[in-house]
Design a protein around this ligand. Structure first.
Ligand code: G1P
Ligand code: ZN
Length: 544
């Protein structure tokens, strides 16, 4: 076995987006493509000697070949050891947990999250630092810079390593440690939540749930924790075996893509609680009997009740939400007298706040919630949080949310996505909005006065770094908002996201259907953004 240096030429498109480098599988299959990016990571983080990395992915097509490539390159680049999930599996939050728990120097996660998988689907790769969190912008920029200048990469001239069996083996002087992908994570969860109480709830015979793993990575995690450790009945977990193409499902836990689960929860005699996670296990959707909890509300309800759970007894220290996420959590933070931060879209912006202890809960409208237990959003953690809350409060999901609205008011909230639109039209639209939006200040739109119109810019309170152009915002005096931004995770054309929100304090007006409650703002967004003109579409492709 020997180390070899292979000549290569830069690819120009290896710029990480909202969450790592995501491309079609066929792009990653080009000779040297993956290797170039991995070497760019290694060149950026510096000398690997003596270092330990964690490696795993969501099991999608190309996961296993990529694992082999990265193992060889890690050894050739001098790493001391790589901890890899058995069969190449690690959910994104579990990878974060293993990096932190085993004090590794960082990790490489292979996933395109909720994007479809399979040979014609997407693949992705991202680097997480020693805190277990996604590399900050400053690092991803340097990786991108490296990728533009790379001339060779270093690898080993050897066959495949067996990652199907646990235990340690040697790869040309580097230790490869294959671990059970669930153990560390399950142990962490046991320390945060009251497993006995949840077990009693399942045992009572009066509580049933369904968890949809969408044929993706959370299957083994949910089966072990919900069915084996917490005593939920067999069959609670559906689509529980990870498949390379997710069985053709689009593993994004929302009302559109988790349709089967939604039907079960809305059916007669259906279970009391439903949840789903995405491809790599960091997103979650929460459902009650015939009731959908918006992710923004979920974060707020969790914050208001955190003190009831063992891992959060000392209460909420501070909350952060991404800018487009509804303001529901802000009201809880205010009531608790703790700080609330508004960050750009993407989990990496929570990292500094979590590391500094300024916050211990955070979330995004895009079905992401998390805490300081890891440095990624965490789907199954959110489900366990809700289960623990339900077991303590002994009330149905809907009752808990309605009580929350009565206490704090209701933020009606919806996101309209226009997927696969031409990239230049999308750019022109955002540029036009950017140029004009401040001119809306003081005007009346949809019967509301515009308080602010701007393009969101964030100054990180910890390191002072500034991130600009994060979304066009129209903020009304009564708290309503319209936000426009382009997706940073798509792989085909552009996706326009329009976020619409209004606030309603009056409990007599908490029963409106969301789209109806927001209809005047939705119309206004269409006019201000000239959505039809730029996208050529009459309707969004997905409404969440
Ligand atoms: C989307 C979500 C964002 C999330 C990201 C990664 O990014 O909107 O909240 O952090 O996926 O899961 P976007 O495509 O909007 O850039
Ligand atoms: Zn994900």
């Amino acid at each position: 076995m020997k180390t070899i240096d292979i000549d290569t030429r830069p690819f120009t498109d290896q710029k990480p987006g909202t969450s790592g480098l995501r491309k079609r599988v066929s792009v990653f299959q080009q000779p040297h493509y993956l290797e170039n990016f991995v070497q760019s990571i290694f060149n950026t983080i510096g000398d690997l000697s003596g270092k330990t990395l964690v490696l795993g992915g969501d099991g999608r097509f190309y996961n296993l070949p990529a694992i082999q490539t990265i193992l060889r390159m890690s050894s050739a680049n001098g790493a001391r050891s790589v901890i890899v999930g058995r069969d190449g599996l690690l959910s994104t939050p579990a990878a974060s947990c293993v990096i932190r728990g085993r004090e590794a120097d960082g990790g490489i996660i292979l996933s395109a999250s909720h994007n479809p998988g399979g040979e014609r689907g997407d693949f992705g790769i991202k680097f997480n630092a020693s805190n277990g969190g996604p590399a900050p912008e400053s690092l991803t920029e340097r990786i991108y810079h490296e990728s533009r200048h790379i001339a060779s990469y270093r690898t080993l001239d050897t066959g495949a390593v067996d990652v199907a069996m646990g235990g340690s083996q040697d790869l040309n002087g580097m230790r490869v440690e294959v671990i059970d992908p669930v153990d560390d994570y399950a142990h962490l969860m046991e320390g945060l939540f009251d497993f006995n109480l949840i077990h009693q709830m399942f045992n009572s015979g009066h509580f049933r749930m369904r968890f949809d793993a969408m044929n993706a990575v959370t299957g083994p995690y949910a089966t072990r924790i919900l069915e084996r450790m917490l005593g939920a009945e067999p069959g609670t977990v559906m689509n529980g075996v990870p498949l390379e193409d997710f069985g053709g499902l689009h593993p994004d836990p929302n009302l559109v893509y988790a349709k089967d689960l939604v039907e079960i929860l809305y059916s007669k005699g259906g279970p009391d609680f439903g949840a789903a996670a995405d491809g790599d296990g960091d997103r979650n959707m929460i459902l009650g009997k015939r009731f959908f909890v918006t992710p923004s509300d979920s974060l707020a309800v969790m914050a208001a009740n955190a003190h009831l759970l063992p891992g959060y007894r000392r209460g909420v220290r501070g909350i952060a939400r991404s800018m487009p996420t509804s303001g529901a959590a802000d009201r809880v933070a205010e009531a608790l007298g703790v700080e609330c931060f508004e960050t750009p879209t993407g989990w990496k912006f929570f990292g500094n706040l979590l590391d500094e202890g300024r916050i211990n809960l955070c979330g995004e409208e895009s079905f992401g919630t998390g805490s300081d237990h890891v440095r990624e959003k965490d789907g199954l953690w959110a489900v366990l949080f809700w289960l623990n809350m339900l077991a303590v409060k002994r009330a149905p999901v809907e009752t808990i949310v309605r009580q929350h609205w009565r206490q704090f008011g209701r933020n009606y909230y919806s996101r309209h996505d226009y997927e696969g639109i031409p990239a230049d039209a999308a750019q022109s639209m955002i540029e036009a909005l950017r140029a004009d939006v401040s001119g809306l200040e003081g005007k009346q739109i949809a019967g509301r006065a515009v308080a602010q119109g701007n393009d969101f810019e964030y100054t990180d309170p910890v390191d002072g770094s500034v991130t600009s152009r994060q979304g066009i915002r129209i903020i009304f005096e009564d708290g309503a908002r319209i936000v426009f931004r382009l997706s940073g995770t798509g792989t085909e054309g552009a996706t326009l996201r329009v976020y619409i929100e209004s606030f309603e304090a009056d409990p007599d007006r908490h029963d409106l259907e969301t789209q109806a409650a927001l209809s005047d703002l939705i119309d206004a967004a269409g006019e201000i953004g000239r959505i039809r003109h730029y996208t050529g579409r009459d309707e969004p492709s997905v409404i969440t």
